[in-house]
Structure formats: structure tokens, C-alpha cells
Write a protein of this length. Structure first.
Lengths: 399, 377, 399, 377
């Protein structure tokens, strides 16, 4: 058990920091600290350009094997990259779904042809991806997929019909991965397929979802006779659930460290305000600010445990299972803390009619943190059932 | 001792519910939010004509109904349930303040204008963390008074015909002055706020000169404090109503919603959250009715300022937290749609946050109670 | 809606206060403030004598009809009596189960013969009762009764076999009321009977349950061929559930006000210590003490609503349904607050080997408050199902 | 960076688990509780002979194992899981203090006695709300030192062969003196405490006279502060272990228990409580391992006192609350039997309460963090 990084790792850190300092400047200065959760709709064009700059420098997909353009970076190096990226104020990545979800999925389950077709575009920051998982009314029940994929013998392609929801960056993406039912006679986890679908086609319609923030980070995506090639299914028809579950596993990774650096920026801002507006003298707020600090450090060392453990074997460790519940609850509390530190000022918008301040946006948007990606209730079920071996929830027995 | 509404009171509240169901549904609330003034003037006029709530607290000899705070609180609770967006609270606050000023022709004239449906608002605070009175000063000479400064978070100050200005004079005494909105040098602007259902204004006074007769009361710091404690109770009524509605709409939603093959209302995690919401709101409601009784006792001279302040602090802490808890938990029970603009739960959530920090935070109110309990001899 | 009592009520208050001041003195001085929850095993003989003194003064069963020796006291008067009793430091009542449970049950469901046999003894403070509801392993599931009652044709009496648990004051009581299964072929709520059983018989064995406090307020009661007369069943065989549920309704009553006066005494003691040991300067403890104060006042006005509503009709109002959850959670928090106000001193016992201080006893015993009489989990179920109309919990569907 | 135990460390902890399972089951704990000394001397001797935990932190050149705080914390975590009732923590605390004193023959002799299985305890506090060092004064003259005063909550002070006394001298400097238990004028009495698994003593010194050579270190206030921060981390290890055990035994219980025809482990209300317990303990554990690393860095001179203090405050707040939450919730999950003497969950509950207020409350620790964050320039 060792907290400090090796000298080689520290050299790597310096390299990352130098590159970022040289490149996240000039035209990119204005997108520093932008485009994070709740802010995804801002500076999209600039962030696409930035994605390509990153790619030119060899800083996309650094964890991928060198054969596919990555650096085969160690966990430590990936941690360092994410930390330095966040420390430098690196903007929210528009390519993160491709890099952290599609890529690892294809590396694990894809054919060589799929890898050759899709990995280079992701690696180059040229082809962006969005996800088609949740469906309206299904909420946290990922398996209740009603979107259908049928093999169209005439065209030799898959035809997809249905609707997905909570899709970020749908307008900006070239591709969407879609979980769809290939066998309409099978239910729940069975009879699903995992498809790679181009967005730019007549069969796909995108409708933004207006949110409580007045913005629309999320979209509904409608599939009305949308198509993808016969080869654009990952695995076989029926393998969809296995592929999707593998993909969910990739979500718990090194990006948590970068996320925490953003959280630290938010907490620092709250501390700064507290010191300037008198909230720092309020004993109840002092306790809560200290609690936020302790909580964030808890997340950090929890992640370090998680990453060190993951190096060991593939299974989810206990500290991984609690992570979503822990960070989302922490972040939601931070949003409330921000408001309480601001006091009456918390109500004042940046501008009429409804331009939120960064902290207001944090406050409102963090209410989504405990919902998307599995609500806190679902997370607790998962912890109880998988980590503690308690009985599964009965299905379909309500009265 | 009887801690129950009379039949007459129940009738008032039923009538209130019916009226509000008609004029303050989701669409009406959203229309009011989107409007410049933050309310629908036609609804306000109907309220004044048909419900006469603006006259509920005003004595009969001034032309009002001379009912009590119990009735007022019950009506505001119903308004809170409906996210009612109108200058009702602001006008009741102004009325309460006016009724504590010495009787005068000026006062009677203002009360008559309120009864006729005009709006009066109160500017009492700078609006910083401690919500202390202040922000405006009065330079008093023999024949005129010059008012200077600004006040924030003046409820419906932008649409009021008359502003009651609390200002500290040369001797640090707090006085109250009545000003017409068009008074030269007075600027009333609506503030852009996160909660759009309770419009707030900023007042700026640059060398406003008034006659000494504009003064409605002098050296009334303690009176204003009492009135603000009544205000806290009125806000708590809104919070209890909102907390109830947040519970109700969330329970309705989860009863409809299916997941994993069951209505999600059948999951214990959901049921227990709802039970906690109900426990919070019923607790706050019990304190609210107590506080309303105390406000009536205070008005009648039976309860002193300290008792009123204690009641206000207790119910503000309790109702503020109940509303925020219920609205926040309500979003969680709604799941994904809870954060969409389409559903109303987020409107309750924003109103909960706004009212929770208005006139002091729950922690501030608890500290008030702690001082009473712990800092004596 | 009126907070103040009438002049007549205030005269009654003075009468109660005067009587208590004159009588709760001398030999009874030492039992003031004793015998409450967690302290039931202390001064039992003295408290029995006190019960009889109360009866002589006409202060037992004041809410009962005059025909049965009560005063037919109004709700207001009962509230006043309970308040004054607590204010005077009136000791925990050994007769409370007879007065508040057995009595009202017989008044509602009993035969004239049963009333004549049992009510006078309760009213006189001569015959004490305990309850036989819970069974080992059944916990909050009152209906899973395994204790059996068979009619013994030979003796013409009911023969009872089984085991009850969590029975307070079993050693001191002359009678126990017992929920037992009369029809072994029926399950859950069906086939139950409600019996009035004398304790002093060979078929009954009492075993105290040692608790975390080092004391034993609760007992197990074993029935091995215990008997009661044919006439000692309330209602018919099969009516047991109905009678028992009616009885549970009687528990939510005016005694809550007296209970709150005891709570106030505890809170006052905590405030006194905080002011003397510096805890009153601790901002976090100030917040919690204030919260305790607000919470207790909430309970009070909640009870007043409850009592005023109950005067209206018999059904349980919303504020009644939350009461158990609210008071037990509040009281449990008070126990923790007491310890935190004491700080390090909280650890020090009154005496070796294990004599707890009053506040330590409060701290430990309040952990039972959220369990007995229906756990907080059961209370939340009840609120959700009965008050909010949410679906009932599925039974017996675990895997 | 590698935040994972080595195979060697895992082996140490597995051995610890096995040993503790043998010597510290429920019956052994209850026997220790009921004994005058609060522990079983035979078990202590076995521990010293077979496990050698008393020498774990002692440098090799003094005859110890020279392992780190990570190993020590891991062992204490296992001890906490088992409610281990023995002078382990007290001896480790004394060792840590001794190792920060200047090297001397006296020090080496004491370390040797510890290695041989003797107990040494530290008296550092009056034991009032703020846990500041103090309570004993030292009048220092050329040829002798007179110690006076008292110290409470001295862990296993009644059974220690040697007491390390922290005393303020005439110049308000804090010095450390080593005293034999039999020293005239020194009285060590066990305190009767609510938690009976971690025995505590009161020391009273009435004009105890010692040679100047009994002084192990002078002007060591800051050293003692550092050592107490290490102590907080050691206690947190016990708390994390206890919190884990409270979770484990409660989950085992609810899996067995049937109610309303189902195992109660199948109820979401129960499952979610258990999930919250796990979230608490895993969070505290993450901070614990960080703090253990920092203690090693501090020992090696890489981390300063402020970093150590911050780590100690964070993990104390977190582990203290996690243990209390888990033990309290564990009682609730046990239902009625949770409050009986028969089940162990109540023993964890009492130990949780005792450790939560030992060396500062969670609120105190948070205030320490708040000072770091908020009270700078």
C-alpha cells in the first residue's frame, strides 16, 4: 500500500501538464472548466475541435492498446492523466462515450472488422458516439427493452424501431449504440442485441427534453425504420444483455478521479464564497463544509482502492459497488450546500429570463445524479443483493 | 383547548381549494411564471372580489372580515399546495404591518386601497445572509424626510401600487414610510430568481424626498420584528401546503408507474420515503396550527413577542425542512421525469428552496431557539 | 381552534395539582419520577401502594364512565390529569395496562359479567394486568400467533399452551390477556381468541429477559396447560383479531401528553447539563438541542390535534398514524443527544458493576422505542398503506 | 501509487483473524468484561508470544518487527471486528509515544519490557469535553520532580506495569515521565464504564516524587499531539472493524429470520439499511487506509504534523459515525432481540458509542477540518 507515485509516473505527470498548459490555451482558453455535467450543451463546436487537438497530441484513448492507437497506459498513468486534465480545467469531453464505452466494448466483444471500422474514428476524435439504453417508462429497469431490431432480408440490414431516452449529445454524435430486442418472443434479459447505428439517416429523429434547468442536455431519440449494416451487431443476436452489462462495468474506471477533480473545483468555489460572504462564520455551515471535504477525500481513496483492486481481477470489489451511491449522494448534498452558503443570493439568476449561475446549475442538476445510471434505490438493491447476498427483489407481484 | 378547525373554517378552506383549483392549475402557474409581473392580474382581481382574502385580517370597522391568523394560515396553506403565484403573501404582510401602526387617516386610506384590490408591499431588508432590517436610511428634518438606499427580496415590490419602506433614521430608529410606486427617485425592478412562482423585487431609492406625513410609524423596530415573525408563520403555511402537494403528486405518480413488472408504489423503498414525507409534513402542520393560534393570541395581546418569535422559529425550521425534503424526495420518487420541465415537482422543489432561505435558514431558526434555551442565566 | 383551556378545566387542573401535591409526598416522595420506561423494575411495591392511594382519591380510570367508577372525564380533563401527574413527578403506573388496555377493551367488547368481574379490581388498583401478545420469533407480525387455546370439555375451561414474550410486569400482575389460536386449522388473523387469564397458576412460568441495560423489564411467559374459565374469552372464538386491533387503537390516547411531560423532564436535564459543562457553547450541539426542543413541541401539538380529531369520530387521523414513528425516533435521538452533551462523562456508570445513570438508561433503552409496539419499518408500512393508500407488502414470496 | 495490501500484509491479517476467532469469541469477550482487569492475561501473553503484535511497530534494532502503521491498523481492524478486550491499543499508544522520545537507556529498557509482554499505558488528559492534554503538573527542581493531579480515561491504566505520565511543568512545557505502577503516591483505579470491552482507568497522583532520570522527554507538547493523532487513527481501525462486524452479524441475522412468511432480509427496507451500512463502512475504510499510509509517511518524515492531523480528523469523524450508525442500525435490524443481553450487537453498540466520543467527537473533528479550510487568509 503506497500513496505516492513512482518517479517515472511523476515524469509522465509533468509531460501531461506541460502539454495541456501549452495546448489548452489561446482559442481553447474559453472552454476551460466548461462542458461538464449540466453544461454539456455549451461550446460544443469548440470542444469538438479540442477533441481533435487532444487526438493529435496522442491524448485520447490512452488506456487502449498501442495497436489501436492508445498508449497502453497503466492505471496509474490514466489516473494521472485524468487528474492533470481536470486540474488544467480541461473541458467536458465530447468523445467520452466512444472512448470509455464503445471502445472498450468493441475491444472486448467486437470483431476485428468492427474494431477497424470504429476504433480509429474514436481515437482521432472524429466520430462521436451517444448511447441508446434507457427507454421511456422503463427507468432503471434496463432490461425492459421494447425497441425492436429485425433483420430485413431485402436490404440485408437490421431495421430498428422504437424509442430511447436520456441520450446526451445526440445531435452531435455520428453513431449511437442501441440495445434492441431481436427476438420479440423473449422477455427481459433474453433476446436482445447490441447494435452500432449511424445517426445521420431519415429513420432517426431527435427531440431535446427540456429540464428543470431550462436547458436540454438530454434527448429522446426515435427510431422509425432506422437501419444499420448486418455486420453492425456486437456479438450474436441474443448476446445484447451480456455486452451491455460488460459495458456498464467499464463505466467505473479511472474517469472517477477526473470527476473528483471537478468536484474539488466546485467545493473550492463554495469555500471561497463562504470566506467572502460570512458563511464561514456559521457553525452549522462549517460542519457541512468540513463534511463535504471529508466526503470528497473519501471518494478519492475509495477510487484508489477500486483502481488498485481492479488491477487484481475483473470482478467488482465492495468499494466499487458503493461508489455510485456515494458520489451521487455526496454531489447532491454539495449542490444544497452551495445554495445554503450563498444564502439569499442563491436565488439570483445570472440573467433573465432563466440563465442559471454555475452553482445554481450544480444545485438543480445534481438532483439527476441520484437518478440516472441507476437510482439510489436501485444502487442499494445492487449492494444488498450482490455484495451482501440478500434475496433479490420479487418481480411483478404487486397488487 | 380544542385543536381542531370549526365548520366555518373548514368551509373557508374548501372554498379556497376550489377557487385555487380553478385559477392556479399547472398551466396557470406556468403562465404566471412566464409573465413580466409574475402573476395574472385578472386572477388577483377575482381573488379580491370573490374571495376577499386581502381583507381577511382587516378589522370590521376598517371594512374587513376581521378573521384570524388561523384562517389566513389555512388559506395560504391551500395557496402553497397550488404553487399560487400572486401578490397574496406580500399584501397580507403589508396589511399586518399596517395594522400595527398607529391608527391614522393615512393608514385607513391604505387599508381601504388594499380592500379595493390594490397591492401594497413591504421593503424591510437589505437581503443579505442575516435578513436584518436595513438597507434604507431616512434623513429626517423638520419639514421633510430624505430616503436613500436599497432593499432586496421585496415580495411583489415591482407590481405594488404602494411600498411600505422600513428605514433607519438619524437616531437609528426604524420608521415606516408609505410611498406611491411612481414617487420620484423610487425604482422598483423585478429580480430574476431561480424560483419563478414568488416574484421578488429590488427597490432602489436615490434621494427620495417625502413629507413627514408619509411616516406611518416611528421607532417601530420591535413592531417590525413581530410582524416579520408573523411573516415567517405565513411563509410556513405556504411550505406546509407545498410539502403536502409534493407528497400527494409523488404518491399519485408512483401508483401509476410500473417498473420491473410492479407498480413502483409497491416497493418498500418508495413506500417508506413517502411515509417519511408524510411524517415531516404532519409534524410541520402541527406546529403551524400552534403558531397560527399564537399569532392570534399575540394580536389579541395574550401572547408576548418572545412567544411569537419562538413559535415562528420553530415552525420556520420545521416547515422549511419538510418542504425541501418532500420536494427533493418527490423528484427522486419521480425518477427521470422528475428533472424534466414538464412535471410540476421541480416547481415545488424550487419554491421549497426559495422559501427555506427566505427570512432565515432552518439553522438560523434553531440557533434562535438555542439562545432561548441555553444562553439564559 | 383554541389553545387555552376553559376556566372550568383550569379549576380541574388546580384540583389535580393540589391532590397530587398533598398525596405524592411522605412515604411516596421517593418514587417521584421513578418507574418510567426502562425503570419499571424499581419500587414496585411502593408503586402498587401508590396505585391504591390514587384509587382512593378517585384518580384511576378517570376517563371511564361513572357507572364503572370513572369520572367520565372529558378529553381535556384527561389531558390535564396526565400533564399534572407528569409535572408532579408521578411514578410510572403499575396499573396502566389494566386501565388503558384491558378496561377499554372490556367496555367495548366485554360481557356485563366480565365487566363486573374485572373492572372494579382495575379501578381499585388492586388487580394488575400484563399483556400476552408478541411471541418469540414473530416480532412485529402480531398475527403469527402459535399459542393455542383449546376448550377442555372435562373441566369446562380453556386450556392454553404456548409462549409470549416482551411482557412487562409479569411478576407483579394478577392477570394477563392472551391472544391465542382457537382454531388450529386457520392462519394469520383468523381463528384467534382473546382470553383473560389468571397469572397465579401452575401452568404459567415467567422468565425475565436480561437486556442491554443489565436489567430485565421484559419477560417471557410460558403457558403449559394454563387455564381460564369458559367465560374468560372476550367475544367469540375467532373474534380475537378484532378485539386485539380495537385494543391497539386505545393505545393512542391521552397518555401521550403525560409521556411528553416525562420527555420534557429528560430534555430539561440535558439542557441543565449542557449549560454546566460547556456543551451549550458547542454550535453543533446547540443545533441539536434546539431540534430536540422543536421536536418535542411538534409531538405536543400533534397530540393535541390527534385528541381533538379523535373527539370527532373513531377513525385514526393522519397525525395519529405518524405518532409512533415520530415519538420513538425523537426519543432515540434524545438518548444520543444526552450522551453527546455529557461527552466523555457519558461513559461513567453510577456504580460498578453496571448501575446506569438515568441518562445512560435513556440512551440504551430508547433503542427499544423504535422496535416494540411495531418497529419503525412496520410503522412506515402502516403509514404508506393506510394513510397513503399504497399497495400492501407481499407476504411469503421471498426466495 | 498502489492502494492495495501486499500478500504479506494479507497473510498478517488472516493470521490475526484466525487468532482472534480463537481467543475472542462472544464468550471470551463476556468473560473479559466480567473480570476485574477487563481482559484475560493468558490471552495477552499468548498474543505477545505468538502474534508479537506488541512489537509490530518497534524497530528491529530495538528487537521489534519494524512493520508499519498499515499493518498495525489492519490488525486493530480485526481486533475491532471481534470486540477484542485486551490492552493492545493502550500498549501500541505507549509504544508510539516512546518511539518519539529521544533514544535513551530508559527508553530502550521500556521497549524491551513491552516486547517481553509487559503493559505500558499513557496518561495524557483530564478527560473533559475537549480532551486537551493536562490534569497533571510537574514541579521540577534540580534533583527531583514532584507530580500532582489526576488523569481520566487512561486506557488499561489499572493493569499497566508502567505508566507514561504527560505533565506540564513550571514553565507550562509538557514533559513525559515513566512511572512504575507501584510508585508511592500513584493510584490507578479502573473506571466503571458503559462499554465494558475497553477498560479505562483513573490515575491519581498525590505528591509523587521521581528522579529527573524518569523524564523521557521534555517540551514535547507537539510530539504528544502527533501521537494522539496516530492514536485517533488506531481507534478508527477498531471502529471500522466494529462497523463491519455490526453489518455482518446483522445481515446474517436477517437472513435467518422469518416474518410475515418471508425472510426479513428480502424486505427492501432491511436491504437498503444494510446497503447504507456497507456504504458507511467502506467509505470509512478508504479513509482509514489513507490515514494509515499517512502515519507511515509521518513516521518516515515525509508527511508533516498538519497532514497527519487532517487525516486523523477525517477518519475519526467518518469511522466514528459509521460505527455508531452501523451498530445502532444493527440493533434495529435485529428487532426485539437486539436489545437483549444475549446478542452481541448491543456490545458493538456500546463500544461504538465509547469510541465515538473518545479523543474528540465527530463534530470536533469536523470543526478541525473547517478551521483548516475556512480560517486561513
Amino acid at each position: 500500500m503506497e500513496l505516492r507515485f513512482t518517479q517515472a509516473d511523476e515524469l509522465f505527470r509533468a509531460e501531461v501538464a506541460d502539454w495541456l498548459s501549452a495546448n489548452l490555451a489561446g482559442e481553447f482558453e474559453k472552454i476551460r472548466y466548461r462542458g461538464g455535467p449540466g453544461d454539456e450543451h455549451h461550446f460544443v463546436e469548440e470542444r469538438k475541435a479540442w477533441e481533435q487537438r487532444l487526438a493529435e497530441g496522442g491524448w485520447t484513448c490512452i488506456g487502449w492498446p498501442e495497436a489501436w492507437g492508445g498508449r497502453g497506459a497503466s492505471i496509474e498513468q490514466q489516473v494521472i492523466f485524468n487528474e492533470e486534465y481536470a486540474r488544467a480545467g480541461g473541458p467536458g469531453r465530447v468523445g467520452h462515450i466512444g472512448e470509455t464505452l464503445t471502445g472498450p466494448t468493441l475491444l472486448a466483444f467486437g470483431t476485428e472488422a468492427q474494431k477497424s471500422r470504429y476504433l480509429p474514428g474514436i481515437r482521432a476524435g472524429q466520430e462521436l458516439w451517444c448511447q441508446g439504453y434507457s427507454e421511456p417508462g422503463a427507468g432503471s429497469d434496463l432490461s425492459s427493452v421494447r425497441t425492436r431490431a429485425e433483420f430485413d432480408e431485402a436490404s440485408g440490414r437490421w431495421r430498428i424501431n422504437g424509442q430511447k431516452v436520456w441520450t446526451s449529445l445526440a445531435h452531435e454524435s455520428q453513431f449511437v449504440f442501441v440495445l434492441a430486442r431481436t427476438n420479440p418472443d423473449e422477455k427481459a434479459h433474453k433476446g436482445l442485441g447490441f447494435f452500432l447505428v449511424p445517426m445521420d439517416q431519415p429513420g432517426i429523429t431527435i427531440r431535446p427534453i427540456p429540464q428543470l434547468t431550462g436547458t436540454s442536455e438530454f434527448n429522446e431519440v426515435f427510431f422509425d425504420d432506422a437501419y444499420c449494416d448486418a455486420s453492425d451487431i456486437v456479438g450474436e443476436p441474443g448476446d445484447g444483455w451480456k455486452v451491455a452489462m460488460g459495458l456498464l462495468g467499464f463505466e467505473r474506471g479511472v474517469s472517477t478521479l477526473g470527476q473528483q477533480m471537478l468536484f474539488q473545483t466546485e467545493l473550492d468555489e463554495i469555500v471561497r464564497i463562504a470566506k467572502s460572504n460570512g458563511a464561514a462564520q456559521d457553525p452549522a455551515l462549517r460542519q457541512r463544509i468540513a463534511e463535504a471535504h471529508i466526503g470528497l477525500r473519501t471518494l478519492r481513496y475509495n477510487s484508489l482502492r477500486m483502481l488498485s483492486d481492479n488491477a487484481d481481477d475483473g470482478s467488482l470489489s465492495r468499494e466499487s459497488m458503493i461508489y455510485k451511491l456515494a458520489w451521487s449522494s455526496w454531489h447532491r448534498n454539495l449542490g444544497k450546500l452551495a445554495m445554503d452558503v450563498l444564502g439569499p443570493e442563491a436565488e439570483l439568476l445570472e440573467a433573465a429570463p432563466y440563465e442559471l449561475s454555475k452553482l445554481q446549475s450544480l444545485f438543480l442538476f445534481t438532483r439527476a445524479d441520484t437518478i440516472y445510471g441507476g437510482t439510489n434505490q436501485i444502487q442499494r438493491n445492487i449492494i444488498a443483493e450482490r455484495a451482501l447476498g440478500m434475496p433479490r427483489e420479487p418481480r411483478g407481484e404487486a397488487r | 383547548m380544542n385543536f381542531r378547525f370549526s365548520d366555518e373554517q373548514r368551509m373557508i378552506f374548501d372554498t379556497a381549494s376550489a377557487f385555487l383549483a380553478e385559477v392556479s392549475d399547472s398551466a396557470a402557474t406556468r403562465a404566471a411564471m412566464a409573465s413580466d409581473a409574475g402573476f395574472n392580474p385578472d386572477v388577483w382581481q377575482r381573488l379580491c372580489n370573490e374571495m376577499f382574502w386581502q381583507g381577511l385580517l382587516i378589522p370590521e370597522d376598517e371594512g374587513g372580515l376581521e378573521l384570524g391568523h388561523v384562517e389566513m394560515v389555512g388559506v395560504l396553506e391551500k395557496a402553497g399546495e397550488r404553487l399560487f403565484s400572486a401578490p397574496l403573501y406580500s399584501t397580507v404582510l403589508a396589511t399586518t404591518l399596517l395594522l400595527r401602526m398607529p391608527a391614522s387617516d393615512t393608514r385607513s386610506a391604505l387599508l381601504a386601497r388594499i380592500l379595493a384590490g390594490e397591492q401594497v408591499a413591504v421593503a424591510h431588508t437589505r437581503g443579505d445572509r442575516d435578513w436584518a432590517t436595513g438597507g434604507i436610511t431616512a434623513s429626517v428634518t423638520q419639514d421633510r424626510v430624505t430616503l436613500k438606499g436599497s432593499s432586496r427580496f421585496v415580495s411583489f415590490g415591482h407590481s405594488a401600487e404602494v411600498l411600505l419602506i422600513c428605514a433607519h433614521d438619524n437616531e437609528q430608529q426604524l420608521n415606516v414610510y408609505g410611498l406611491e410606486r411612481e414617487h420620484p427617485g423610487l425604482c422598483c425592478e423585478r429580480l430574476a430568481t431561480m424560483d419563478q412562482t414568488r416574484a421578488m423585487a429590488q427597490l432602489t431609492l436615490s434621494d427620495v424626498t417625502v413629507e413627514p406625513s408619509a411616516c406611518l410609524g416611528t421607532d417601530v423596530e420591535h413592531v417590525v420584528e413581530d410582524v416579520l415573525n408573523v411573516a415567517r408563520i405565513l411563509v410556513a403555511a405556504d411550505q406546509v401546503g407545498g410539502a403536502q402537494a409534493a407528497l400527494d403528486i409523488s404518491v399519485d405518480y408512483v401508483k401509476e408507474r410500473q417498473q420491473f413488472g410492479r407498480t413502483i408504489a409497491s416497493y418498500q423503498a418508495i413506500k417508506h420515503k413517502a411515509a417519511d414525507m408524510m411524517t415531516k409534513v404532519e409534524g410541520a402542520r402541527s406546529l403551524l396550527y400552534y403558531a397560527a393560534c399564537i399569532a392570534d393570541e399575540w394580536r389579541a395581546g395574550y401572547a408576548d413577542s418572545a412567544t411569537l418569535a419562538e413559535a415562528a422559529a420553530m415552525v420556520s425550521a420545521s416547515a422549511g425542512e419538510a418542504y425541501f425534503f418532500n420536494a427533493g424526495t418527490g423528484i427522486q420518487l419521480h425518477g427521470g421525469v422528475g428533472i424534466t420541465e414538464e412535471y410540476d415537482i421541480q416547481l415545488y422543489f424550487k419554491r421549497a428552496r426559495a422559501t427555506e432561505s427566505y427570512l432565515g435558514s432552518p439553522a438560523d431558526h434553531r440557533e434562535h431557539i438555542a439562545r432561548l434555551l441555553l444562553d439564559g442565566d
